[in-house]
Design a protein around this ligand. Structure first.
Ligand code: CP
Length: 310
């Protein structure tokens, strides 16, 4: 396929190819003062963000620039979107202006797929940088890259994904990818933050974090997405912290080798204690660093002719 919209259907061989490329790029650039490869010279990459972002937008920009692509950042607030232009017209405009790849983040689930459909006749490729509560495939790939660095091969590992499953695109993308790579996934959340249809995700669901901790190789915390909870925050921040916050006592119940991940931005003191977030067990800044190399690998596979089969 010519776009990366989802990890659903991304098989182990294709995902491993991207992760291996990211690993090679990381090792190639390690210690270099000038991080610049000529691979995507003459190619134009546009980031089109309708939602806030720090990690994803910046790391895609760095990834493109380190591969010598021309990178143009478009945000909804500073573009003609603010004058009422539709997503379809915006996409067609970017394609007509010469974009080889559009990296899109949008609050509507399915927006990246729609955009790819509208660009079917154009040469422009699409990467989903997060669509509503649906998917965030490059986040899952960078999480897998980080877990591979910390744990080795993921087959047979047990990964707990903890928190706001109801609004999380990170969780869904990770479940697809981790299962494809042979890991077992346990989903942990308060009953009010579990989406309907979760039985079809192929992962065990539980509300009891404390019971799971000793058996986990990694715990991936999710951000509680208050901005999507229009009916109010439930459970309260205090209740959430008591039941699901990764405090020092809970961290101590994990096996010694277990890794803590968080896609960010994290709510310290509620989702995770500051001391745990800053501990050696946490791989949170490592995730961000790997995000650059994984996004370089994705751009390489899409734009330099190496297809990702999904
Ligand atoms: N993890 C993630 O998507 O972070 P940003 O919202 O900062 O891009």
């Amino acid at each position: 396929m010519r776009h990366l919209l989802s990890t659903d259907g991304l098989d182990a061989a294709s995902a491993t190819a991207v992760l291996d490329t990211a690993d090679t790029l990381k090792r190639t650039l390690l210690g270099r003062e000038v991080k610049k490869l000529p691979t995507l010279r003459g190619r134009t990459v546009v980031t089109l963000f309708y939602e806030n972002s720090t990690r994803t937008r910046v790391s895609f920009e760095v990834a493109g620039k380190w591969m010598s692509a021309d990178v143009i950042n478009v945000s909804a607030s500073s573009s003609s979107v603010g004058k009422g232009e539709s997503l379809r017209d915006t996409a067609l405009t970017l394609a007509a202006a010469g974009a080889d790849c559009v990296i899109v983040r949008h609050p509507a689930s399915g927006a990246a797929h729609r955009l790819a459909g509208w660009l079917a006749e154009a040469a422009t490729q699409v990467v989903n940088a997060g669509d509503g509560t649906h998917e965030h495939p490059t986040q899952a790939l960078l999480d897998a890259a980080t877990l591979r660095e910390r744990l080795g091969e993921l087959a047979g590992r047990r990964i707990g994904i903890v928190g706001d499953l109801l609004h999380s695109r990170v969780a869904r993308s990770n479940v697809h990818l981790l299962r494809a790579l042979g890991a077992e996934v346990v989903l942990v959340a308060p009953p009010t933050l579990v989406p309907t249809g979760i039985d079809g995700w192929g992962a065990r669901v539980t509300h009891d974090l404390d019971a799971e901790l000793p058996g986990l190789d990694a715990v991936m915390l999710l951000r509680v997405q208050a901005e999507r909870m229009h009916g109010g925050f439930f459970p309260s921040a205090r209740e959430y912290s008591i039941g699901y916050g990764l405090n020092e006592a809970r961290s101590a119940r994990l096996p010694e080798h277990a890794v803590v991940l968080h896609p960010g931005p994290m709510l310290r003191g509620m989702e995770i204690a500051g001391t745990v977030a800053d501990s050696d067990r946490a791989a949170i800044t490592q995730q961000v660093g790997n995000g650059v190399h994984v996004r370089m690998a994705v751009l390489y596979h899409l734009l330099a002719g190496e297809e990702i089969a999904a």
